[in-house]
Unconditional design. Structure first.
Length: 167
């Protein structure tokens, strides 16, 4: 989020790397020297994923595979290779090129986990150039179930992102 201009109130505690279940073994092997545990199926509260942790130069890194977030009227499945990758912004960090999750993903994820400190800041960044976020938003809605009150929160924050027929 920081690399995409989101002004956060507090520093992030860790760096999340998202992948699909099929990418866990390869990424865990690549990150092996930094591993503090091994990938395990994790189900806590509203989250379900394949999760492992790493410590790289003092930064805690979470490898999150097959993330699903489920709340009353919402079920959000993070599809990396088949969906998010195509919309991920490319970022050059030294001699390494990485892709960053789309801000619309961050918006939905933080609305579902009831983090107004995050989703309000993300909405401001999305609103800066809302047109580049519309397509990923529409496709995210097609692929997931995001009901009330969550869609209402997003509509209140970004009325130009959501068309009336989507709400």
């Amino acid at each position: 989020m920081l690399y995409q201009g989101v002004q956060l109130e507090a520093e992030p505690r860790d760096l999340d790397l998202y992948t699909d279940r099929s990418g866990i073994d390869m990424l865990h092997e690549m990150l092996g020297p930094y591993a503090t545990d091994t990938p395990v199926d994790s189900e806590t509260g509203i989250y379900r994923s394949l999760l492992s942790h790493y410590s790289i130069c003092g930064i805690t890194v979470e490898l999150v595979g097959s993330l699903e977030v489920t709340r009353e009227s919402a079920c959000y499945v993070v599809e990396v290779a088949d969906f998010m990758f195509a919309y991920a912004q490319e970022l050059q960090l030294g001699n390494v090129q990485v892709r960053i999750m789309p801000l619309v993903h961050e918006l939905v994820f933080n609305v579902l986990r009831d983090r107004p400190d995050r989703y309000r800041a993300i909405a401001e960044a999305v609103n800066y150039d809302i047109t580049i976020h519309r397509e990923v938003w529409r496709k995210l809605l097609e692929r997931n179930r995001i009901g009330q009150p969550f869609i209402g929160i997003i509509q209140e924050l970004l009325p130009d992102l959501i068309q009336e027929d989507q709400a």
